[in-house]
Design a protein around this ligand. Structure first.
Ligand code: GRF
Length: 188
């Protein structure tokens, strides 16, 4: 493994609550973390998660129209090394991914390749799965289909419902996104 010098400059894209952004900010502040979050971009001006950027004095932008063109301009201007999607509810185009040309990671609340897309927990419960979980994967132009970097399982009990499962999975999401970033950048 190559020795790592300096921290990678990260942009986090969000659309809502931002609990994963919160966990990434916490991780980025650790002395031995491999990242510095320099930018948060949202396509939604109401995104609660923007408050975490504000609190930590991280530059944030809201682009409700022309999202990709405006983001790419800023990402390049700020020399962002990697994008982390965290509850970002917009699908990035092939053109954007190609143009950015650096890694884009996403966190998805299922054990990929199972349950791409929305309502993952309801589908896992309906199918009587024994396990649910979360995955961090590389973003490609096919929804939730890029290489999986890190995954963690949680057990689904009979008493679980969508809400209880979401809560359990979210807890591990906050734990594994930083771990996945560390793993990915250590091998990069
Ligand atoms: C998470 O479950 C994440 O896996 C999914 O959207 C949710 C976002 O939650 N992509 P938050 O905004 O990070 O709290």
């Amino acid at each position: 493994m190559e020795k790592y010098h300096g921290k990678k400059k990260i942009a986090v894209f969000i659309s809502g609550r931002g609990s994963n952004l919160k966990s990434l900010i916490k991780y980025s502040k650790k002395k031995n973390s491999l990242i510095k979050i320099i930018l948060v971009i949202s396509n939604n001006s109401e995104a609660k998660g923007l408050n975490y950027a504000k609190k930590s004095n991280i530059k944030f932008k809201i682009f409700k129209s022309n999202f990709e063109v405006r983001s790419i301009k800023l990402l390049k201007k700020m020399s962002v090394d990697m994008i982390c999607l965290a509850g970002f509810m917009k699908i990035l185009s092939k053109k954007f991914i190609k143009n950015f040309s650096k890694p884009i990671l996403n966190i998805h609340p299922s054990l990929l390749p199972k349950y791409k897309g929305l309502n993952t927990h309801a589908r896992a419960i309906k199918n009587k799965d024994k396990f649910a979980g979360a995955s961090i994967h590389l973003v490609t132009d096919k929804l939730d289909s890029g290489k999986v970097i890190f995954q963690k399982k949680v057990k689904i009990y009979k008493k679980d419902n969508v809400l209880s499962l979401e809560k359990k999975v979210l807890k591990i999401e906050h734990e594994i996104y930083p771990k996945a970033i560390f793993k990915f950048l250590s091998n990069f």
